[in-house]
Design a protein around this ligand. Sequence first.
Ligand code: FMN
Length: 306
Amino acid sequence: MTHLSVKIGTLDLRNPVMTASGTFGFGVEMASIIDLNRLGAVVVKSTSREMRLGNPTPRITETPSGLLNAIGLQNGGIDNYISEKAPFLRHFNVPIIVNLVGYSVDDYVYLAQRITAAGAADALEINISCPNVKHGCDFSVDPLLTFELIDALRKATPLPLITKLSPNVTSILPIARAAIEAGTDGLALINTLLGTAIDARKRRFKLANVTGGLSGPAIKPVALRMVWQAHQAFPDIPIVGMGGITNGIDAVEFLLAGATAVAVGTATFVNPAASLGVLDGLEAYMDEYGIDDVRELIGAVKAIDD
Ligand SMILES: Cc1cc2nc3c(=O)[nH]c(=O)nc-3n(C[C@H](O)[C@H](O)[C@H](O)COP(=O)(O)O)c2cc1C
């Protein structure tokens, strides 16, 4: 029997494939299209203290092998999540990971305490970067701010914490170290890469916000490199790898680089069932190569001359 289950802190996942925040809504629309019970976990859209309408449109544009988005963290706010979205998701037999976003440490602590008290999540993913928001959070570029935030959250909730890092830094290692020293149970990487797109014919930016976050296959090499670097530096910390995963082989590459689990984002816009396709592809790879336990793949990549 193939062993697919993995652990992030105290969170047990039946398999390593989850959804990437912001690309699966709150699962409500997706539940009529795919079987949520097959996923390792559902990771929901970033949730903030108040409702957010997001940025003006256009806020999404296609790029070669990718997507630029400047949604601006649109969501219904914590009250709506707890009263409507969480009860819906709890009808399914799948762990819920709530992605939190705030402007201050107090915001994040408030959100974590509300969700913990309501039993509205099995783990928290902490979005410490929001590149597409004016006056957004800058925790992700400063190890001290990252430490302060994760330390406060560690004291505020017993739920497993997964700190989601931004690739928009010179090195992610000092930020990762700060999150680990503050008590994070895992790391998620990567969030989107800051970019822009210009329409030469109109001589205008393509996004109302000017800049947006790049995702999709275009960023996979960067994401793989960062997952590998983080795993080399912190081999005991579980990593949720993401960035351009569209099929099972992509997922295997992330596991080999050192990820314990993977998340599927932009691919879901092309095929709403992409996450389940990734899971099927991972299982097919394991069958083909006689891998009994998915954990054998974690960090198992070798040098070309090894
Ligand atoms: C339209 C869109 C919205 C996103 N919204 C969020 C969000 O609310 N919070 C977050 O942490 N990441 C958000 N992300 C980033 C993804 O979760 C993921 O980190 C990134 O897109 C890389 O994975 P991918 O290439 O598979 O999409 C968003 C990405 C996209 C494309």
